[in-house]
Design a protein around this ligand. Sequence first.
Ligand code: AHR
Length: 322
Amino acid sequence: MKQLQRRTLVTALAAAPVALMLPGGAFAQKPIVLGFSQIGAESEWRTANSESIKSSAKEAGIELKFADAQQKQENQIKAIRSFIAQKVDVIAFSPVVESGWGAVLREAKAAKIPVILTDRAVNEKDESLWVSFMGSDFVEEGRKAGRWLVEKMKDQKGEVNIVELQGTVGSAPAIDRKKGFEEIIKADPKFKIIRSQTGDFTRAKGKEVMEAFLKAEGKKINVLYAHNDDMAIGAIQAIEEAGMKPAKDIVIISIDAVKGAFEAMIAGKLNVSVECSPLLGPQLMQAVKDLKAGKTLPRRIVTEEGIFPMETAAAEFPKRKY
Ligand code: AHR
């Protein structure tokens, strides 16, 4: 009988190399290890995204190695290399910019560690370097912003002068949100982007650049299109300090739909925010589990999103999760 028990134990160990013996003699599965390289903490969106990833990993029982790159691509590359050296099971990251990832992604592939892109895409020809990309359709977000503006200004006869606060230079959301917006407004020549500059997705930079726009163009500005809410919130401050009324003297459109944007809309200072959900954690953890179970992930997982004009803000606010 004793011998039979021992044999059963040996068979179980051989069949499940990931099993670990707990102090009490029971067995537990070795957790899946996920290395995640985050861009930084530039916005309310990013903070919510990091929180979603951390809490979902905990809930899913996945061991998370989380590295904050403080907005620097070189730090993200270092983090990915360190995940490879630690032989994690899966690597996921949100690329700060689109280009320059080929070498490190080839290293991960050579080490047979699957890579999942979250939130932002990379610009690499060899698509076998990552197994899936989950996140928003940024071009569509830009189009939604454009469509809202075209409808809002449909009866306006004269020129509509727009200033644009772009996101981080070279990042997918900055490139795509500009593209989608321009694609829509170009149908009517009355829409003109008179100034466009990066505010790096931060409140401080959004305010600073808006101050410069106001100095250069003053009352000529009819519309502000900000690639995220944080920059719009910074710009609102600049507009008020210049003695103008945000959302009245200047129509303001932004993207993300974070709580701060809802507060600004309820206060009557922001006209509309296009939704971009940072709550990617649960989807990512499911994808990591599926990968480890040998399943093939869809190449692209698109987040479904809406648009919130200020008139809807008070009713929507209690339902917001970020
Ligand atoms: O990649 C998503 C963008 O990055 C968000 O719109 C912005 O707020 C963030 O910093």
